[in-house]
Design a protein around this ligand. Structure first.
Ligand code: SAM
Length: 255
């Protein structure tokens, strides 16, 4: 379902929240670090410099993404595994679990967090970032088109992203015994190119939609969606402004 090339078209904009998240992780000397939903592994590899003593493992369920990530592997230092996070189990307690822009693809966040916290070593940190823009035009327009009479038989039952509120994450992690810092930020991306919001979504949100459709249907869907997105996100003198709200969580298990 994933197209690494398309996803990486906006690599700089997509990397910023990863670095903003990782900057806030304060662990004296992590030995074992896991990046859940590591994608093509480029951001995972930057953790080698951040924690030179750690063994870093990237986990992703996509064959295409993990295929690319494996080209960066350094045995014993930077490894990658193709696994579904919902079924994933670490062999040893972990010092840092990081995840950027992935958990919204995974339902049942209480169960997910319980499982991840159970993998932390004492003093371990769970840090993740999820998009929180599902009420923005970029998403409501896709949802409305997918459930319109023309498309609802093919697309009406697609699962929606599973993201809770910042308060929910803070409270749930507090009840699991962690000291959680939770915050929300809106990035005002300035994108270049023709209808860049359509291009952005084609690398993420539209993947499950397009995977359902055959070639002609895809073209028809994109031809209907394109003008709707272009008018919701008009081009300005310096590019197209694309506000994108995200939730950040950095939670520590007592040592
Ligand atoms: C939007 S990309 C983010 C990639 C990378 N973390 C980054 O920030 O560039 C989301 C990634 O999560 C992975 N993913 C989604 N659901 C997953 C699951 N259940 N188990 C493992 N990986 C998953 C996808 O394959 C994809 O590579």
């Amino acid at each position: 379902m994933w197209d690494a090339e398309q996803y990486l078209r906006f690599a700089d904009e997509r990397a910023r929240p990863f670095f903003d998240l990782v900057d806030r992780i304060d662990h004296p000397a992590p030995r074992l670090v896991v990046d859940l939903g590591c994608g093509a592994g480029g951001l995972t590899a930057t953790l080698l410099e951040r924690w030179p003593e750690a063994k870093i493992t990237g986990i992703d369920s996509s064959e295409e993404m993990i295929g690319r990530a494996l080209k960066r592997a350094i045995p014993g230092r930077l490894e990658f595994e193709r696994t579904d996070i919902a079924a994933w189990c670490a062999a040893e307690p972990l010092d840092v679990i990081v995840s950027n822009a992935c958990f919204h693809w995974i339902p049942a966040h209480r169960r997910l967090l319980e499982n991840l916290v159970a993998h932390l070593a004492p003093g371990g940190v769970l840090a993740f970032q999820v998009p929180d823009n599902f009420d923005a035009p970029s998403h409501t327009i896709v949802r409305e088109l997918s459930t319109s009479p023309a498309w609802r038989d093919r697309l009406g039952d697609l699962p929606q992203a599973a993201v809770e509120s910042p308060g929910w994450y803070a409270e749930t992690l507090m009840h699991l015994g962690l000291d959680a810092k939770v915050w929300r930020t809106t990035y005002k991306h300035l994108l270049e190119g023709e209808n860049p919001v359509l291009e952005w979504l084609s690398g993420t949100t539209l993947r499950p939609v397009l995977a359902r459709l055959d070639g002609d249907e895809r073209d028809r869907f994109i031809n209907q969606l394109g003008p709707l997105l272009a008018s919701a996100y008009p081009q300005g003198p310096g590019g197209t402004l694309f506000p994108f709200r995200r939730i950040f969580v950095v939670a520590r298990l007592p040592g």
